[in-house]
Each structure stands twice: as C-alpha cells, then as structure tokens.
Design a protein around this ligand. Structure first.
Ligand code: C2O
Ligand code: CU
Ligand code: CU
Length: 469
C-alpha cells in the first residue's frame, strides 16, 4: 500500500516535468504544479493575465494573478472546506460540478445562496461522497467569468489506490482571443440561438499542447475535463495502450470502447473522462490527446515517455471501486417527460447580479427560465425524497444540448437514436431530435439546478430546477 498522496505527488512531478525535459516551463505552469500540492484554504476570484499564445492575454479571471485555477484535491469521505472570496467588481458564486453536496453548498445564486459581491467571502464545506474527477466554476456571471478562465478541476481520491505510477490532469477549454491575443466579444445573440460561440485557441491547462513526462512503460491515470462554455470535444489518445475507466467521475458500469480516429469519444461541456494509459516503451515516444472532427485534427496535450521501460501492464491495475450510489427501482419509477426546445420568445429575463444575455431563445417544457433572480419560479419536476424516477428528456431542437443536473446522479436507460451505455453521470448529451430516458433516485433533498451546459443556451432560457422534498 502506497502512502496516500504518493500517486498525487508523482502526478505533480509529471506535471512539472516539462521543465526537466529542457522545455521552458511557463511560470504559470510551475505555479499550477505548486498550487496543486496542498489544497488552498481560500479561492480568491481575481483578474489574471497569462501568455496563452504569443502576447500576454489580459482581463482573464482566475484565483491567481498569473496562473490557471488549481487542481483541488479532496479525499472520498473526508470533509472539505474552502473560503471563496470575490475581488471582482461583478458578483460571483462557486459551484462544484458533479459533487453531491448539501443543497446550500451548491453555489447557485438566488436558488441556494446570495451572489457573492465584491469583497465578500462565502465558505463552502462538504464531504465528497464519491471518488473521481469533478470540476468547479462560478454559477453567476458565467458567460464572462468562465469564458475568461475561471474553471478548475477537482480530484477526489479513492481510499484505495488502484496502482497507477503517475497522473496527468487536463483542463480542456478554449479561449476566444483575437490576433492581438486579447479577448474578443465572448457571446452573441446570433450564436446563442444556434450552437453557441466557439473560442479561437484550444488549450489544456491554459497551454497549447503542453508536454508532460512519464516513465516509459508506466501506468498513468489521465483525467480529462471539458470545461469549455461551448465546445463538444471528440477525442482520441493516439499512440497509447489504454482503456476508459471512469466517466463523469464514476467508474464505468458498462464498458466504453477505446476511441479511434473513426470513432473518437465525445466529451461535452461539463463531462469528464478518466483514462488508464500505458506509456509507450521507448523513451521519446508520445501519447497525443487529439481533438478530431472531419474538419480538424488538433493535438491538445502530449504525454512523453522518458527513461527505461518500466514494463507495467494494464492488467496490473486494480479496478476502480464503484462509488456508493443508490440504484433506482425501475418498476416503481414514475415517468416525467421534459421537452427541450425553442422558447416562445419575448421574455426579458431577470438575472439580478448574475448577468444576462438579454434574450431568451430556449426553454424546458416551453417555459424559458425567467432568470436566476426572477421571483416565483416553479420546479420543472417535483420529486419525493427517496423515490425512483425516470425523466424522459426530449430534444425538439436541431442543436446538441449537454443536459446537466446538480446534486443527484443518474444513468441513461435508453435513447431513440443510439445505444447508450448506462453509466452514472451528471451530464448527458442530448442530440437533435433525440429522446433519452434517465433513471435516478431522488436521494438528496433541495432545489437542484438543471440546465444545458452550453452556457449561452443556459443563459438564454435552457435552465430550470428540480425539487427533491
Ligand atoms: Cu457545471 Cu450548473 O453547472
Ligand atoms: Cu453542476
Ligand atoms: Cu444547449
């Protein structure tokens, strides 16, 4: 049995390893590695600048002046607590995506807490019940703050180490910067009514194709999170032997095929993937995490083999222990139908301090979300605590919506369009004209935000909440 943090420490060394290879280690990356070692006691939301490409990009948002938001490391079953201080002139909150927190720790403005105004601090305390890869982001002024950088990864370690030699964590996201490397207009009504506004520079941990070193033939846990506001990633891990071991935090119930150039794996905004990789045997050989569409092939991050072959095999890994999730009872499940589509329009939403695009285009059950600060909002579904439910999600629009539910986990049961592996998740991709049944147990009381994770869709009506009481 290894020391509890040994795997993590090696992960940091690997992260910092780009320097050892004689490559310039960007100062921000060094800070990223350093900052990752001990969980900070405070996240100070603040303006930042960083060299994303050629010139330094100003007007970014992070919790350091010159580095990306750190990886927050927690342990399954161990209480976690952090102060979030907002130094920006606009309001903010922090949300812990995928973590089953008590409702009042969920970070949703007006629904579970007041917005955190400039100079204010809000303490979040909870005990993560589930091991896995999660992430954090604000839930107020999201189009600004997330698009400018405020998205970070959470690693909740298992009690028992599965036997990896090292770890690399990848925060995948775009930045929408122009030729001068400064931010361009981050969103528009035109794109909000379509697929959303894409960025111009694809990054991993705020770098373009960073290189992380791991011993040749070693076993690496690659944790990937898609934290972009818009982009749906389709990925391959070129040059590696490997398998997918968890999705959206949770160890797989049903196998996911190893992605290939013909069939890359989809990781939509909000989703995560844990990959067990065996590094190539020869020094200098690379595993390339690659974004692939018919139009574009782009290296996002590289894992480089160093030293002599450790000769490990994937079979040596112990399976990830499943998280303790209540399974639902199909037979007793009530079916609730929800339609995702256009909004009848006309409504001027009220987001209070949390930023509005000024329009509504989208809706759940033909009711556009009237805004986070709107009074008298009703839940889209009223669930009884402890009961099992099937939510039938129907997309009547031609766009893709990664639909995310806070506070509860669910698993897809069936789609009218494809075979869907029934793995536990908090975010499911709903394709055009698709209907997906998801099953869940309403075992966490409270009002849980339920929305599309394409942020321009969320902020133009495709949002609501589910009540468990
Ligand atoms: Cu990832 Cu409501 O959020
Ligand atoms: Cu969430
Ligand atoms: Cu959407």
């Amino acid at each position: 049995m290894k020391a509890p943090f040994q795997m993590d420490r090696r992960g940091f060394l690997a992260l910092a390893g780009a320097g050892a290879a004689g490559l310039a280690l960007p100062s921000g990356l060094a800070a990223f590695a350093r900052a990752s070692e001990a969980p900070p006691s405070e996240l100070r939301i603040q303006a930042a600048s960083y060299r994303l490409r050629d010139a330094v990009t100003e007007n970014m948002v992070s919790v350091f002046p010159d580095a990306p938001p750190p990886v927050l490391r927690m342990r399954e079953g161990v209480p976690f607590s952090i102060d979030v201080t907002n130094t920006l002139e606009e309001a903010s909150t922090m949300h812990w995506h995928g973590i089953r927190v008590p409702n009042k720790m969920d970070g949703v403005p007006y629904l579970t807490q007041w917005p955190i105004q400039q100079g204010e601090t809000w303490r979040y305390s909870y005990t993560p019940k589930d091991a896995g890869t999660y992430w954090y982001h604000p839930h107020c002024q999201t189009m600004e703050q997330m698009a400018r950088g405020l998205t970070g990864i959470i690693v909740v370690a298992e009690t028992d180490d599965p036997g990896f030699d090292g770890e690399t964590v990848l925060n995948l996201r775009d930045f929408r910067i122009g030729k001068d490397d400064q931010f361009m207009k981050l969103f528009s009504a035109r794109m909000a009514a379509r697929g959303g506004t894409l960025g111009t520079v694809m990054t991993a941990n705020w770098e373009q194709n960073p290189i992380y070193e791991h011993p040749a033939g070693s076993l690496v846990r690659l944790r990937i999170a898609a934290t972009d506001t818009t982009r749906i990633y389709t990925l391959t891990m070129d040059g590696a032997d490997g398998r997918i071991v968890a999705a959206d935090g949770h160890p797989l119930r049903e196998e996911l095929p190893w992605p290939t150039a013909e069939a890359p794996i989809t990781v939509a905004p909000g989703q995560r993937l844990d990959v067990a990789l065996r590094m190539p045997e020869t020094e200098g050989q690379d595993v390339v995490v690659t974004y692939r569409t018919p139009m574009r092939v782009q290296a996002l991050a590289t894992l480089r083999a160093t030293g002599s072959n450790m000769g490990r095999t994937l079979e040596e890994l112990r399976p990830l222990p499943p998280n303790r999730l209540a399974d639902f009872d199909q037979a007793s499940s009530e079916i609730i139908e929800l339609v995702f589509g256009w909004s009848p329009g006309g409504l001027k939403p009220n987001y209070g301090f949390c930023g509005s695009l000024g329009y509504t285009f989208w809706s759940i059950d033909r009711k556009p979300w009237p805004g986070d600060a709107a009074k008298g909002t009703e839940p889209v579904a009223d669930l009884k605590l402890g009961r099992s439910y099937i939510l039938r999600l129907h997309n009547e629009s031609p766009n893709t919506h990664p639909i995310h539910l806070h506070g509860l986990v669910f698993r897809p049961l069936r789609s009218n369009k494809r075979t869907l592996p029934s793995n536990w998740t908090d975010t499911v991709v709903l394709n055009r004209s698709e209907t997906i049944d998801i099953g869940l147990v309403a075992d966490n009381p409270g009002d849980w935000a339920f929305h599309c994770h394409v942020i321009e869709h969320q902020k133009t009506g495709l949002a609501g909440f589910v009540r468990v009481s």
